[in-house]
Design a protein around this ligand. Structure first.
Ligand code: JCE
Length: 254
């Protein structure tokens, strides 16, 4: 997978040299390009922002540097929208509190793509025409990490790249550890324990020391269900959850 990021803080992404994602880059599973938006300005002060039309607090990111930066990444690749395959050109992703909420299903879908391009906004956001323009040239999605406001898209992109990157075959050493984790089966994970069997007066649940693998599986499943009922009952009522996207929806097309 190729991932490009446009940002005014390229150093932010230096940490992607580390750990699992760093190894995936060294082995060529993930190809990463981090681009400084200011390299696509043409004025003496390398301005990326300006005052909002109509007034209001704060500044808005100017469209021209975004256009130049994204054109340089997309090239003149003609993209066919919604052709239904995963090789219809790059997907442009803009973190935004107004986006669809990012989740494990979205991470799964995006992990199948060949090319993701992330645009990191700052200030009060990016001139709306940037999204409007690229929607006519490629697939564009606004994505939100959750219902809180960040100062810009960088932290959101970091989280999404970690969630997506670990789903690419070969990035995580043991693929079984992917299946067992929270959200992949719609339930939270069971509690985990390691040695010692007793610590500060707290004992590991005896069933885990029993060697009875059937009993262990049943106990873990029960723990998952109880935990999910207690802290995330919404996960147990799928009809209350919005579909991850139109394609994944089981309801008939309108
Ligand atoms: C961002 C800002 C809206 C005023 C670019 C915030 C995503 N889940 C998320 N929370 N926050 C974001 C996010 C993403 C990109 C930008 N801001 C700040 N957003 C209104 C200010 C600017």
């Amino acid at each position: 997978m190729r991932i490009d990021i446009v940002t005014i803080f390229p150093e932010f992404f230096d940490v992607l040299d580390l750990s699992l994602l760093g190894k995936a880059r060294q082995s060529g599973l993930i190809e990463l390009g981090v681009h400084n938006l200011r390299d696509h300005t043409h004025d003496r002060h390398h301005s990326v922002d300006d005052t909002p039309y109509g007034g209001g607090a704060g500044m808005v990111m100017k469209p021209e540097p975004w256009g130049d930066a994204l054109d340089a990444i997309l090239g003149d690749a003609v993209t066919v929208k919604n052709a239904g395959t995963h090789d219809d050109g790059p997907i442009l992703l803009f973190p935004s509190p107004a986006g669809d909420q990012f989740n494990q299903a979205m991470a799964r879908e995006l992990s199948l793509e060949q090319h993701l391009v992330f645009g990191c906004g700052r200030y009060e956001g990016i001139d709306q025409r940037v999204v409007d323009h690229y929607e006519s040239r490629s697939r564009v999605r606004l994505v939100s990490l959750g219902d809180y406001v960040l100062n810009g898209g960088e932290v959101a992109v970091m989280a999404m790249i970690e969630a997506i990157g670990r789903l690419i075959p070969g990035v995580v050493g043991n693929p079984e550890s992917l299946v067992e984790e929270s959200h992949e089966d719609g339930l939270l994970e069971y509690p985990s324990y390691t040695k010692p069997a007793s610590w500060r007066g707290l004992d590991v649940p005896p069933v885990l020391l029993s060697g009875n693998h059937g009993a262990i599986s049943a106990w873990r499943r029960q723990q998952q269900i109880e935990r999910t009922e207690r802290v995330r009952p919404d996960l147990l009522t799928p009809e209350l959850q919005p579909p991850a996207n139109a394609k994944a929806s089981t309801s008939p097309r309108r």
